[in-house]
Design a protein around this ligand. Structure first.
Ligand SMILES: C[S@@+](CC[C@H](N)C(=O)[O-])C[C@H]1O[C@@H](n2cnc3c(N)ncnc32)[C@H](O)[C@@H]1O
Length: 224
């Protein structure tokens, strides 16, 4: 039985490094709404960070569309899978190793105002509490250029199933994964604190993922 924060982190590490789970993310199609968004900006010399890249499905599309693409993930098997994915489409191994690195959304290892776009698809709710979520959004804002875009997709608190509540906005799934879940209003409030405004209304819906049905929100934020 998982009893404390360290154990939850160990459990998450096992979950995200498990090749069965990685396979699920690898086989998921890239959402059409991101393809449409990225097509609008391709061929314009834009730099993109795929934050929490997972098995690399979005990173691959970004490379193919000709973006100056970087990707990072907290877990090593996600990083190695994304690198393999890029090598599979003809990216040189040295380039794949340089462009895809181990990295934490809480401490993004890039200079201020480095990226035109940050994609965070399914990542922010993996924060362990509200202060981590705030920190992650602050980090994204820091690495974005003025008028740069944050494309995000994350679970929200709108329709909660039987998650165990362990703190303010903090829940634990049946797999023992910690999630910080908030409303779209609160998300926008945190973003505003970091100079990020919604470009268009946040979209909300329900979706079936590998671990069950989740309330999801997604949107595009612009840096002031
Ligand atoms: C739901 S998956 C989404 C993966 C990928 N973005 C996609 O759309 O296929 C969430 C990813 O976030 C990563 N992750 C979790 N916590 C993270 C953190 N603190 N920093 C960076 N990545 C993290 C996980 O390893 C996992 O790859």
């Amino acid at each position: 039985m998982i009893s404390n924060k360290t154990d939850y982190r160990k459990n998450a590490e096992e979950f995200w490094n498990d090749f069965e789970n990685i396979k699920w993310f690898k086989n998921e199609p890239v959402p059409q709404y991101w393809i449409d968004f990225f097509k609008r900006y391709s061929g314009k010399n834009k730099s993109v960070l795929d934050l929490g890249c997972g098995a690399g499905r979005n990173t691959e599309v970004l490379f193919k569309l000709g973006f100056d693409t970087y990707a990072c993930d907290l877990y090593k098997n996600m990083v190695s899978t994304t690198r393999k994915c890029l090598i599979g489409i003809g990216v040189d191994k040295k380039v794949a190793d340089e462009r895809v690195t181990l990295g934490d959304m809480l401490d993004i290892k890039f200079p201020d105002q480095y990226f035109d776009i940050v994609l965070s698809n399914g990542v922010f709710h993996n924060a362990y509490d509200l202060s981590e979520l705030d920190k992650a959004i602050g980090q994204v804002s820091r690495v974005l250029k003025k008028n740069g875009h944050l494309c995000f997709n994350m679970f929200s608190s709108e329709k909660l199933e039987s998650f165990k509540k362990t703190g303010d906005s903090v829940y634990v799934t049946k797999e023992g994964l910690v999630m910080t879940l908030i409303t779209s209003q609160n998300f926008q409030r945190i973003c505003l604190d970091h100079g990020l405004k919604a470009e268009s209304p946040i979209v909300q819906y329900k979706r079936e993922v590998s671990t069950g049905v989740r309330a999801v929100m997604r949107g595009i934020m612009v840096k002031d």
